[in-house]
Design a protein. Structure first.
Length: 364
């Protein structure tokens, strides 16, 4: 078994194991779903699917040289890796970059484009955090208006944006650091010339926040926009802890952030539990199916590449084969063209000249 098959099989086993670790939490989810309006549950599932498709769109924007079916499967695999593996977005980028490298993409381009994708989605997150804080601080949105819960999101968001703009102006370095700064500039260029695929970065975040909103609505609570967005982004900081699937960590972080921004504790805990189940199982199931198909195509590609040298050797002429021996045939005058003069060999010309000089027998 080759290194490629071992590596892809190991990643598949890790993803499946991480998914199975979340099964016990579904017992509580089923109990909570029974208390919710079924229409809002269906809406939450559809919104999560929309978030996944939006990520696929923005992923294909940055990896436009990869074949479309392969790019879609790698994007879904990144989504599954992000929700199942520790590290969140960093783990998903690492897994996706490795899979794209197996398709033949240059390493430096993968680093540059992956970092551009990461910086673009991160820019959307910090901009949304700053906007949510502004909505709370100005009183446009209901929720806490104090300087800590409204002002800190603004400061963090604007500070991150300013830091990114300064880093993008730095002189280009060498090696992987230069590729990272180049990715930052590519993310800025994508924002300067937005297209519908770039808008997928907004949909990726917006639809996922809407899933949490739908679960809260299903429990009869209507959250304010500013408070919901700020609580969502603050709560997701817990996802950086190295826990597979964010089990327990993301639930506690999101529920605590919702309570911090003024939502009822019992409703927040129930809504987050259902949200986490939807936000985990939709990308995880879709990613596992896509990765299984991607792994099969990668193995088939490897087999095809291994067969190409053998075919080339079979098609090449055999230099060791002895030349065919055919019986020699005496040259005839009919084989020569009629216009070609007959040339005698040197010895024949000498014999003919000698015979012309000697006297004939008849004359003697």
């Amino acid at each position: 078994m080759t290194r490629r098959r071992l590596g892809t099989a190991a990643l598949l086993a890790v993803l499946v194991a991480a998914l199975l670790l979340t099964v016990p939490s579904l017992r509580d989810v089923v109990a909570r779903v029974g208390d919710m309006d079924p229409g809002w549950v269906v809406a939450a599932i559809a919104l999560e699917l929309g978030s996944c498709l939006a990520f696929v769109a923005v992923f294909r924007y940055f990896f436009d040289r990869v074949e479309a079916p392969v790019a879609r499967r790698v994007a879904w695999t990144e989504l599954a890796s992000g929700v199942l593996l520790p590290g969140g977005g960093v783990s998903s980028l690492a897994a996706g970059g490795w899979l794209i490298r197996l398709t033949g993409e240059p390493t430096r381009r993968i680093v540059r484009r992956s970092s551009a994708l990461f910086f673009l989605t991160s820019a959307i997150n910090v901009a949304a955090l700053a906007a949510a804080g502004a909505l709370l601080a100005t009183g446009i949105s209901a929720g806490p208006h104090d300087p800590v819960r409204a002002g800190v999101p603004i400061a963090v968001g604007l500070g991150a944006i300013a830091l990114a703009l300064v880093a993008a102006r730095l002189r280009r370095g060498s090696g992987w650091l230069g590729d990272l700064t180049a990715g930052l500039r590519e993310a800025r260029a994508a924002l300067a010339r937005p297209g519908w695929r770039v808008a997928g970065a907004i949909g990726y975040l917006g639809f996922d926040i809407a899933v949490l909103w739908a679960t809260l609505r299903g429990l009869g609570y209507g959250p304010a926009l500013g408070a919901l967005v700020a609580a969502y982004l603050v709560g997701y900081l817990a996802n950086w802890l190295p826990i597979p699937g964010g089990l327990g960590v993301l639930d506690g972080g999101l529920a605590g952030a919702l309570v911090l921004y003024g939502m009822p504790p019992a409703t927040a805990a129930a809504a987050v539990l259902v949200y986490h189940a939807i936000a985990l199982w939709i990308p995880a199931a879709g990613g596992l199916v896509a990765y299984a198909r991607l792994r099969r195509s990668l193995v088939e590609q490897e087999h095809a590449q291994a067969r190409q040298p053998a075919r080339a050797l079979r098609g090449a002429p055999d230099c060791q084969k002895a030349p065919s021996r055919q019986p020699a045939r005496r040259l005839r005058s009919s084989d020569l063209p009629s216009s070609a003069p007959l040339r005698l060999a040197p010895w024949a010309r000498r014999k003919k000249s000698a015979s012309s000089l000697s006297p004939s027998r008849s004359a003697s």
